[in-house]
Every structure is written in structure tokens, then in C-alpha cells.
Design a protein around this ligand. Structure first.
Ligand code: G3I
Length: 328
């Protein structure tokens, strides 16, 4: 019983949930929910993998230049080790939740190269041997498949991607190295952009092992099973593994029977595609408990994107995931 066990039976490596450190969750104002939350997260058998939602990001790990702090990231990483869960580590080089000092200077190329190398070396080095995978570069692409104008791209062009992967490979030879982005779950110009990144790295002999499809989906307007299969196959055909890394399916609140049914179908399609395509190795939902989701902060009229409601009953989508994992 439990989603993780069903995932193993379906041939996946894991079914997991991201989680935040208690310090960061307090803002949700649900302190009284923690015992029930912690039971489902760590003891229920539902999950066999986790990702720290925030604590390994640049803002937390290198808040000032050369000052490293692993406290937030360790909270979740330590719990994962005790529970025997796979740990996906997230995220080394990303334009968002970046420490302000990185963006507030006019770096020369040489300076910014050193900033990236130092960060990746220290952070990936700290968790060396403990991460099943690292999201080495996160969200480098625009929707049209061109590169996002981050500070990294503005100064170094696509060289920053090569540098990040090269450095991560040295710092943690055990971790699978992933490129991770959203809206890669159906074929588009953006999926072509992500394939271009894989090919570019491979051509230069730089290790990349996987592509993470974040899968932040929308209940009322979700892709079909076949669209997901096409997109996942497109990556798997390049010889990299694929994972659903941040799955959630937001809906317009309040939830209705209708959009909960659409949400169920959306979860079923995307998890089902992962099960059906060899090369898709695991699924991570971006937390499991609605009150701890990022969605309402960013989309005020949307919410309830996860598998457990605020009162800890399960969404109909939970059954959609079970159906996908059991081929029903
Ligand atoms: O830590 C501060 C806290 O001190 C302060 O009191 C509080 C006030 O709101 O904010 C806290 O920071 C928040 C942080 O999460 C940690 O909890 C930020 O406001 C909030 O914006 C931040 O949101 C995170 C978001 O990434 C930032 O872009 C979400 O929790 C996290 O779920 C989300 O995750 C991203 C993935 O990393 C990448 N893909 C997209 C995904 C969803 O946006």
C-alpha cells in the first residue's frame, strides 16, 4: 500500500513528495497540522523520495559571497536519509531565489565563471554522495525555446550551462545531473530548446544524465496522455533519463466536482505517461498538502493543486495516480 510501492511495482524508481523545512513552512500558519503532515510525509509508505523545496537554493546556501550555509537544506536532507528516501537535490544554478549579491554587480566573464564554479563546487560537494540527482541548471529557457536573459546568460551566454554541468560532475560524481524546467511535458518549441541543451553538452563530452519535467499543470486545460508520451519519448530517445520533478495540477478555487475530475485526469495522464515510457524513472509531487503549496501565493484565484486537502482527506486525483500506477 502507498504510492511509492505501487510505483516500484510499475517499474519506476520512486514516487516522492517535495517538502520544506519547518522554518519555511511556518508562513503557511498550519503549525497544528505538522504531526499528521509528518506522518504522511515520512511514515505512511506513500513516498520513497523527497526534494527540499527551498533549502538548497542559492539564496539559502550562499547568502553572501563565500559564506556557505547548509542548515536549511540539511533539515530535509537529514530526514530523507533517516527515512531511507531517495533525495533529489535542487537547484544549483537558477535565476530565481538567487542571492541578491549575484545580481547586483557588473561581473566580468572571468569573475562570474569563478562565482559559478565556487558555488557549484561547495554546494554539490557538501551533499556529495547523498543526492540521487541534482538539478544543475534550472529554467534556462523561454517558452519559445530561446535562452532566458538571466544574469548568467547575459554575461556568459550558453557557456554558463556547460560550466555548471562540468563543475557539478567533478563535485559529485555519484549524482545524476539534470536539466530541469517547466512546460516540457508536451511537445513545443521549449522542449526542442531543452533537447538542444542535452545535445550541446553531449557534443562537448560534458555529462548530463537527465531532464526534469517539472509538470506544473492546470486542471481545466491539461495535456492528453499521448502528448505527454510524445514529449517524454523525445527526451528518452536522446539517451537521458526523464523524471517528473515538481508535479502539481492547480485549479480555479473553490474546487468543484468538475475541476476535481479534470485534475484527476491530468494527474492520471502525466503519471501514466511516465509509467508507459521506458526512461521515465520517477515522479515527485511538489509537496502533497494543499496548504503548503506555492500556487496560491503566485496565482491568487487558483489552488488545491496537490493530493491532500487542508483537512487531510485525499483528492479524487489520488485515485487517478493509483490508476496510472496500476495501469487501470
Ligand atoms: O524565507 C522567507 C521568510 O523569511 C518570509 O517570512 C516569507 C514571507 O512570505 O517568505 C519566505 O520566502 C519564501 C520562500 O518560498 C521560502 O518559503 C518566498 O516568499 C517564496 O516566494 C518562496 O517561494 C518558492 C518559489 O519556488 C520561489 O520561486 C516556493 O516555496 C517553491 O515551492 C517554488 O518552487 C519552484 C521551484 O523551485 C522551481 N520550479 C517552480 C517552482 C514553483 O514556483
Amino acid at each position: 500500500k502507498g504510492l511509492h510501492k505501487l510505483a516500484l511495482q510499475a517499474g519506476l524508481k520512486y514516487f516522492g513528495s517535495a517538502t520544506d523545512s519547518p522554518g519555511q513552512r511556518e508562513r503557511a500558519g498550519k503549525e497544528d497540522a505538522y504531526p499528521q503532515y509528518d506522518y504522511i510525509m515520512w511514515k505512511s509508505g506513500e513516498f520513497g523520495q523527497t526534494t527540499p523545496t527551498n533549502g538548497q537554493k542559492w539564496l539559502f546556501t550562499e547568502p553572501s559571497r563565500g559564506v556557505f550555509n547548509f542548515t536549511e537544506g540539511e533539515i530535509v536532507a537529514t530526514k530523507a536519509r533517516k527515512a531511507g528516501y531517495y533525495l533529489r537535490c535542487h537547484a544549483l544554478v537558477w535565476h530565481s531565489q538567487l542571492a541578491p549579491w549575484v545580481e547586483s554587480r557588473n561581473w566580468t566573464k572571468a569573475e562570474l565563471r569563478k562565482v559559478i564554479v565556487d558555488h557549484v563546487t561547495r554546494v554539490a560537494g557538501h551533499w556529495r554522495g547523498r543526492c540521487y540527482a541534482w538539478d544543475v541548471v534550472n529554467e534556462a529557457l523561454n517558452e519559445d525555446g530561446t535562452y532566458r536573459q538571466s544574469i548568467f546568460y547575459q554575461v556568459l551566454g550558453e557557456e554558463y550551462i556547460k560550466l555548471a554541468f562540468k563543475t557539478a560532475a567533478k563535485a559529485d560524481p555519484h549524482a545524476k545531473l539534470y536539466y530541469n524546467d517547466y512546460n516540457l511535458e508536451w511537445p513545443s518549441a521549449k522542449t526542442e530548446g531543452a533537447k538542444r541543451i542535452v545535445k550541446m553538452l553531449r557534443k562537448e563530452g560534458i555529462r548530463i544524465d537527465g531532464v526534469g519535467l517539472q509538470a506544473h499543470l492546470v486542471a481545466e486545460n491539461h495535456p492528453t496522455l499521448d502528448q505527454h508520451i510524445d514529449a517524454i519519448k523525445g527526451f528518452a530517445d536522446l539517451g537521458v533519463e526523464v523524471a517528473l520533478t515538481e508535479l502539481d495540477v492547480r485549479l480555479t478555487v473553490p474546487a468543484t466536482a468538475e475541476n476535481l475530475a479534470q485534475q484527476k485526469e491530468a494527474y492520471k495522464n502525466v503519471v501514466g505517461a511516465c509509467v508507459q515510457v521506458k526512461g521515465c524513472i520517477g515522479v515527485t509531487i511538489w509537496d502533497f498538502y494543499d496548504p503548503f503549496s506555492w500556487v496560491p501565493d503566485y496565482f491568487p484565484s487558483e489552488g488545491a493543486p496537490l493530493l491532500w486537502f487542508a483537512n487531510f482527506t485525499k483528492h479524487p486525483a489520488y485515485d487517478g495516480v493509483v490508476e496510472a500506477l496500476t495501469n487501470k
